[in-house]
Design a protein around this ligand. Structure first.
Ligand SMILES: [Fe+2]
Length: 418
């Protein structure tokens, strides 16, 4: 197995990507990815995955251009039921908006160009922030890598993926290996900066897709990502200017009940955050998967989201919600209280078509909630500015920015209980 994997094209390319480390250590790495569990301004979680329990557990890191490498001991866990070995280091106490160099497993050679990462600024007045959003990432490795390259070329601060990553269904570890290799080789910018990843859960992370028991029914999602509370729903805050609220659309946690109560508290606590984006897999305002005799809005999961989460989004105000799963491009009209409201409504952007085969959308004019929908692969590129304005562009696989949203205010106006 070891020899076979070493001989794949993917791993040979990965070797070049990790050329900063010595070949003996680097050649075994299946995947490398960065994420955050807490303050993205002062921390970074570095993960690397291989197949071998006895390979080195050490991360080398230093401020960019520093003379001396520091060593950090990684924790190792097995991503059961596979034999993938995940090593994790969380670096804390970092400088905001600063670049650090790093290498896994072995100290880089003196003349190597090491990989690097960058922390988030504490304030948008330090510099604007760009992130990329999308979901439903890997029907084929080629589709996944093509869109990853589009994303990485935009040099975002991070990428947030709204579920359905490797399509392993909680079972097929080989697809996880492929996904990790693909992500690792395509998430390194030209200047050697590795783009961090924030991942929500989708149905294809879960055995049975809905109503699964965490973590056993979604072993790769729960095994790959750092979830401090052991739950897929969680929030990530960058200073006072940006919050991401990641939700589990009934894959391993019910929508109603405890998750909705958590969401109510999370939104209330973040009332003064400047920008706030919910990210979840199944769309409240979809483009396909209509039940017989109904519309996409009639799907039970969509109904549950609109009954439980949407009133909270409306009460507290959001910048826009990212929805996925339907494998199309869509931008809704602004919607509030179940109808189009161009002045005070909320915006829902989707529908998860990063690296999958696209579907069909409702005929034009037949779906009142849709401002625009097309079966088109795309990512969303979000530019946030200190004055509270933002530009959100849909960019397709050919690099064309084919849809643009300008936010004149960072969040929809809060609404009192009706
Ligand atoms: Fe899905």
């Amino acid at each position: 197995m070891r020899a076979t994997i070493r001989n794949t094209l993917g791993v040979r390319t990965l070797l070049l990507a990790f050329a900063a480390a010595t070949p003996a250590a680097a050649q075994d790495v299946t995947g490398l990815y960065l994420e955050w569990t807490r303050d993205p301004c002062t921390t970074m979680v570095v993960n690397w995955v291989d197949l071998y329990p006895d390979s080195p557990d050490v991360l080398y890191w230093r401020p960019a251009g520093g003379a001396e490498w520091k060593r950090a001991q990684a924790t190792r866990r097995v991503i059961a039921p596979s034999v993938l070995q995940r090593r994790t280091v969380e670096l804390k106490g970092l400088e905001p908006d600063a670049r650090y160099e790093f290498a896994v497993a072995a100290e880089p050679a003196k003349d190597a160009r090491p990989l690097s990462f960058r922390t988030m600024p504490t304030d948008l007045s330090q510099r604007p922030v760009r992130f990329v959003a999308g979901g439903d990432t890997m029907a084929t490795r080629a589709l996944f890598e093509d869109m990853n390259r589009r994303s990485t070329a935009l040099e975002p601060d991070f990428v947030v993926l709204g579920g359905d990553l490797a399509y392993e269904n909680g079972v097929q570890a080989t697809r996880v290996v492929d996904w990790l290799e693909a992500w690792s080789r395509t998430s390194i910018a030209a200047d050697r900066r590795v783009i961090p990843l924030v991942a929500a859960i989708g149905n294809h992370e879960v055995r049975g897709h809905y109503g699964g028991t965490p973590p056993t029914d979604a072993p790769y999602y729960y095994g790959l990502f750092s979830l401090p509370e052991g739950r897929a729903h969680r929030a990530l805050d960058c200073g006072a200017y940006l919050s991401l609220v990641l939700l589990d659309s009934a894959h391993t946690f019910p929508i109603e009940g405890a998750q909705t109560e958590w969401l109510a508290g999370a939104l209330a606590q973040r009332a003064s955050q400047q920008f706030l984006f919910p990210v979840y897999h199944y769309p409240a305002w979809g483009t396909t998967k209509a039940p017989r005799g109904g519309t996409p809005l009639d799907a039970p999961v969509a109904r549950a989201i609109r009954a439980n989460w949407v009133p909270l989004f409306e009460r507290h105000g959001i910048s826009a919600a990212f929805e996925h799963d339907h494998h199309n491009f869509k931008r809704t009209h602004r919607i509030r209280a179940g109808q189009r409201d161009d002045e005070h409504g909320l915006l829902y952007l989707g529908d998860g078509a990063w690296g999958v085969h696209v579907r069909t959308v409702p005929p034009e004019g037949s779906a009142w909630w849709l401002a625009r929908a097309e079966p088109r692969n795309h990512l969303w590129c979000v530019d946030l500015r200190a004055d509270g304005t933002a530009t959100i562009r849909a960019i397709d696989a050919a690099g064309e920015a084919f849809d643009v949203v300008e936010l004149g205010a960072p969040r929809s106006a809060p609404v009192q209980d009706r």
